[in-house]
Design a protein around this ligand. Sequence first.
Ligand SMILES: [Fe+2]
Length: 359
Amino acid sequence: MPHPIVKVIADQGCQSYLVGCPETRRALLVDPKVGRTKTIQDAAAKFGLTIERVVDTHTHADHLSAGQAFAAAGLDIVMSRHTSCRRKVLRVGDGDGVQVGSLRFQVLEVPGHTPDSIALWGHGLALVGDTLFAGSLARSDFRGASAAQLFDSVTRRLLTLPDETVVFAGHDYRDVLFTTIGHERRTNSALRHADAAAYARAIGDVPGAGNSPEVDHMLALNQSVEPLPELPSAVVAACCAAGPGPTTRASAVTECTVAELRASEPARAAAGRWIDVRDPWEFAEWRIPGTKNLPLSELGFHLAEFTSSDEPFVFSCLGGIRSKTAAKTLAYLGVVDGPISLVGGINAWRDAGAPIERI
Ligand SMILES: [Fe+2]
């Protein structure tokens, strides 16, 4: 079966996920954020996906979950059997399966950031919530958190997954959209500690110290059975631990204008080294001739295609934001050297009178 359909919906550092079965177009919605319900529904419609169930990887302390809004529409909400949430949820435990269409994901209990943290693993990806981030681990200073438990959850559970597993976390604070198990095993400085006790000592977190009044209010709302207003919800706390984050290798991202890239486009496109990272329906409508479409959220399934050469890869999108994230993410993973992002994207390309292909 082809890899799952993945669409990341990012907002203020929070990442929600649509994970769809390519055969049945049924989808899981993971960690939806209040205020983004319409964006999520629109994205599902664009992909032709029907959301079948919602998964909250843990009881969030930093933002409001939109799970209730989807529950009101009749969808099951999947959470850990250890959750403190008082809503009607489908409780799952270690080893249980979460099915959607022909896809089946295995539940891994990964406590530490919260006592009720779970991850889903299967089909080449892991949705890890707030545990393992690109270059760091989740924070462990909320009430009920444990730095030692978090370290064990990551090293004894997540790091046993295959190296090529694409890791989708609950947050991205530094423009690295995803990582892989192998890359974090090799490079994440938080994992260099000898054991959980050494990590806990180094972090020095005191559980509960992170529970500001804002965090406690957010937690109470997420645990409550009361309906939450569909308002843009502020993020009240970052969920990653303080300290170093992802370090990108020497290959920094270069941003180039249409004028700088126009002459080299035909050769790059012919060599398959110009990647358009927009979503498939956008690419189907109009594109720079000869470019190849690999959507940003699904790049992790195509890492082997980024072969090295003296000619750097060019990334483009609609306006130049997603292409920069793609270039930064792949540079972080070390799969591209000196990637180039097209400033202004295909909009700037069109405005400059450069050739466009339309259906
Ligand atoms: Fe969190």
